[in-house]
Design a protein around this ligand. Structure first.
Ligand SMILES: Nc1ncnc2c1ncn2[C@@H]1O[C@H](COP(=O)(O)OP(=O)(O)OP(=O)(O)O)[C@@H](O)[C@H]1O
Length: 562
């Protein structure tokens, strides 16, 4: 972790000095009562009283300074942890992301790092002071009253057992609690991202009930964990009070017998309270550590997730084709194939159209080409090279997915998207994506600010900007997954014309619901239930593929292209 070692050493030193001065106070008090007061010398009482005040100030200063350092250290550590976690999350493969789920990553980045932040700050504040108080207190108590210290030592095994039980039960409880936090975040995320449809279908009450269910579950889990943890304070208090009564009884007896002095007894009782309070704090710190260790495990799972998209040894085969799929099959859950035996071959600059009912595997083919998932069988090659051996594979693509996001930034930055491209390239891409006209309508043009997820744009305007983003780097391969669905027919046709002319060397894969978006493609695949049921150009498919003909007739009333 990236906190400064110097800060930690300074914090430790200040804390230890402050705590030692705290420990001196009862000893000085007993000295004043037993030795100075009988001398009846006021100036000595004042001197030692002044020493007590000085010790109290040193302790106060030490605590304030050390607490400030503690919060700085925990802040820096949490920041570093969030950074590592975010980097780890960005490194995850799609399969790993499916497994973790995005809401769980959000919960890990927020509530889990918050737990750890709190724990580090508490451990730094109490974790050093408390053991010093505990050990120092025992030593002082032993020096003052070895006999009475035996009462104290008798309580230790009870307290130790309590700490072990609480921390053993606490860790699994808090793991479950954090999982429920994941589900709560997921419920909020789904409801807020789907707010329009929820409102449109008057499903607000239903969503509230769904949220309430998870919220209640979280409450119950928190309550259960709270009950376990809250048992510790009363038990410790009972031990403290019973111990004090025993100390007073035994102490009074010893004073009466002339074996001890009242000042010593008073100081011993103060040490006894200090020691048991220190133990109480240690149990609290253990509880916090239980919670933080559950959170730490969850963060570790992401940060230490194995690299799944490792680069394989290059595997080249001479080929005339730019993009080729050979008998590719893949299943998400490894039970039933979601795409089966897919083969197609595209020359540089050719266009593939993929059409088929919803859930037929169209997007899956694109995700396999992008290597978001590894095929279970078959081979995918780009320029004859197997894709798992291609370094910087993603740089070859310009991609528009269904429901892609625009960010709260200028139009220009949304198109450039952190790449080393200039404003001229962004403008050219925008014009090619048929977005030039509406951008020119804004007084600040490309500098126009978008709101979160581009909510101040229409569906068609958003799609055009996303297409502009994909075109801006003049990609080798362009992937459009249902990217033109919100474009009117005229704009869709203009876009196709630009792709054929300005991007004639770009190999393009288009997934579409509309026959008109793919009918001019060099190859068309018709998918059904993960399998290719038709393959060819538009005219061929009208003759050879019943499903295709049916879609064409429904959408275009005949479907012959002119
Ligand atoms: N991440 C995933 N985990 C598990 N199953 C998935 C995942 N993504 C898709 N599937 C399943 O794989 C099948 C194919 O999905 P895919 O998204 O490729 O269909 P599609 O043809 O693109 O559909 P649409 O036109 O609705 O986008 C579907 O049955 C879907 O439920």
């Amino acid at each position: 972790m990236a906190f400064s070692k110097r800060k930690l050493v300074v914090q430790l030193a200040i804390k230890i000095i402050g705590t030692f001065t705290d420990l001196l106070l009862p000893l000085i008090l007993s000295y004043i009562i037993d030795d100075i007061v009988p001398m009846k010398r006021v100036e000595l009482v004042l001197l030692w009283g002044g020493a007590m005040i000085a010790c109290a100030f040193v302790s106060l200063f030490g605590t304030i300074r050390a607490n400030r350092l503690a919060s700085e250290i925990s802040r820096d550590t949490t920041e570093a942890m969030r950074r590592d976690l975010f980097a780890g999350a960005m490194r995850l493969s799609r399969r790993q992301m499916d497994r973790f789920t995005a809401p769980s990553i959000v919960a890990r980045l927020t509530s889990d790092t918050y737990n750890i932040h709190n724990t580090i700050s508490t451990v730094l504040r109490l974790g050093i002071r408390t053991p010093v108080l505990l050990l120092g207190g025992i030593i002082m108590a032993f020096i003052l009253e070895p006999v009475l210290t035996l009462i104290l030592l008798a309580t230790l095994p009870v307290i130790l057992a309590l700490v072990v039980i609480v921390s053993n039960k606490g860790i699994p409880m808090y793991s479950k609690l954090q999982q429920t936090v994941d589900r709560l975040v997921r419920a909020v995320r789904e409801s807020t991202s789907g707010i329009r449809v929820i409102k449109a279908l008057s499903k607000t009450e239903h969503e509230k009930a769904r949220f309430e269910k998870v919220n209640q579950e979280l409450r119950e889990r928190e309550q259960r964990a709270g009950v376990l943890m809250s048992v510790t304070s009363p038990v410790m208090n009972i031990i403290l009070n019973v111990g004090l009564v025993l100390v007073i009884l035994a102490g009074a007896y010893r004073v009466n017998m002339g074996l001890s002095q009242p000042g010593k007894l008073l100081a011993f009782m103060t040490y006894f309270t200090i020691i048991l309070n220190a133990m109480l704090w240690i149990t609290r710190v253990f509880i916090m550590i239980s919670r933080a260790s559950a959170s730490g495990d969850r963060i570790g799972e992401v940060v230490n997730a194995p690299e799944e998209r490792r680069l394989a040894a290059p595997d080249h085969m001479d080929s005339d084709y730019h993009v080729s799929f050979d008998n590719v099959s893949f299943s998400y859950n490894k039970v039933k194939n979601n795409v089966e035996n897919i083969s197609f071959h595209l020359k540089k600059g050719e266009t593939l159209g993929i059409i088929g009912p919803t859930g037929s595997g169209k997007s899956t083919i694109l995700q396999l080409l992008l290597r978001f998932y590894e095929p279970d069988a078959g081979t995918i090659r780009i320029g004859g090279e197997k894709i798992d051996g291609i370094e910087n594979l993603s740089e070859k693509f310009g991609v528009v997915f269904q429901n892609d996001v625009l960010f709260e930034d200028t139009i220009e930055n949304n198109i450039i998207f952190g790449r080393s491209l200039g404003a001229a390239e962004a403008l050219m891409a925008a014009e090619n994506a048929q977005a030039g006209e509406f951008i020119a309508g804004f007084p600040d043009g490309l500098g126009h600010m978008l709101s979160v997820r581009g909510q101040n744009l229409s569906g068609g305007q958003k799609q055009r900007l996303l297409i502009a983003r994909a075109l801006a780097s003049s990609p080798e391969i362009l992937i459009l997954d249902d990217a033109a669905s919100a474009l009117d027919y005229k704009t869709d046709a203009a876009l196709r014309h630009v792709l054929k002319t300005a991007y004639r060397d770009t190999t393009t894969l288009i997934v579409a619901q509309r026959v008109s978006s793919i009918m001019y493609a060099d190859h068309i695949l018709v998918l059904e239930d993960g399998a290719v049921v038709g393959s060819g150009v538009h005219e061929e498919l009208l003759k050879s593929c019943d499903s295709y003909r049916l879609i064409a007739e429904l959408q275009m009333g005949g479907g012959r292209r002119g």
